[in-house]
Ligand binder design. Structure first.
Ligand code: CTP
Ligand code: MG
Length: 228
């Protein structure tokens, strides 16, 4: 089955600041989003890209292919999970209901090709899964005044990255369920968990950062030159 990737890129990038959403701020001379799309389009297992954009976005007016792979766009929603669902619903009919779909944040340009390969290979043997990494730092519970009110166990705790990969119809159903219940899920795996699934955790490189704050742009530029 052809593997498509949905790329939520309809956020406002409030924490990153700047004069435009972070996905359009330049890193190493090009919009952040272009780096992300190129990494995905270069991957031999990725067949097409569905980029979810804001309603007033004109960045893709003249783009329909990246590295020979088809690129489609659709308009997202007010939460990331709404944008992802919009992207899944806008996939071409040729992407079967039972086919796996990747979801990858526009804001993660440094994803490595071999991590995508491992996720697709390992999670594709079951119901799907996500890239992530075990927590490294000691985890504190903060009280309202910014003091530590205790230490949480670190063992068995993971950070969740993207890409995340699930079957198209199962993910659409899980996201609709969450949306219908008024619950904002922060990643695809959370929607699948709420629907009773158990996403596989596939350990990936820590340098697959999500550009979030102003300092992250310089870090991404550095990492883009060191990762492939
Ligand atoms: N995203 C989206 N639709 C939304 C919100 C977020 O498509 N309504 C996308 C972002 O563009 C980003 C990814 O989801 O690629 C991860 O979200 P996040 O890092 O939180 O980006 P923003 O929401 O844009 O940033 P902020 O929360 O700082 O405003
Ligand atoms: Mg956000």
């Amino acid at each position: 089955d052809a593997l498509w990737c949905v790329i939520p890129a309809a956020g406002k990038g409030v924490r990153a600041g700047g004069d435009r959403p972070k996905q359009y701020q330049h890193v190493a001379g090009r919009p952040l989003l272009d780096h992300t799309l190129e990494r995905l389009a270069m991957h031999p297992l990725v067949a097409g890209l569905m980029v979810v954009i804001a309603a007033d976005d004109t960045h893709f007016a003249a783009v329909d292919h990246v590295n020979g792979k088809p690129l489609l766009t659709t308009v997202g929603g007010s939460e990331r999970s709404h944008s992802v669902l919009a992207g899944i619903e806008a996939l071409p009919a040729s992407v079967a209901a039972a086919a796996f779909v990747l979801v990858h944040d526009a804001a993660r340009p440094c994803v490595r090709a071999d991590d995508i390969t491992r996720l697709v290979t390992l999670a594709g043997q079951g119901e799907g899964g996500i890239l992530g990494a075990p927590l490294r730092d000691t985890l504190k519970r903060a009280d309202a005044d910014g003091h530590s009110a205790g230490t949480e166990p670190r063992d068995g705790r993971w950070r969740a990255f993207t890409p995340q990969m699930f079957r198209r119809e199962a993910l659409a159903r899980a996201l609709r369920l969450a949306a219908g219940a008024g619950i904002v899920v922060s990643d695809e795996a959370m929607a699948i968990e709420r629907a009773g699934g158990k996403p596989l955790l596939v350990e990936g490189a820590e340098d697959n950062i999500k550009v979030t704050t102003p300092a992250d742009f310089a870090l991404a530029e550095f990492l883009l030159g060191r990762t492939r």
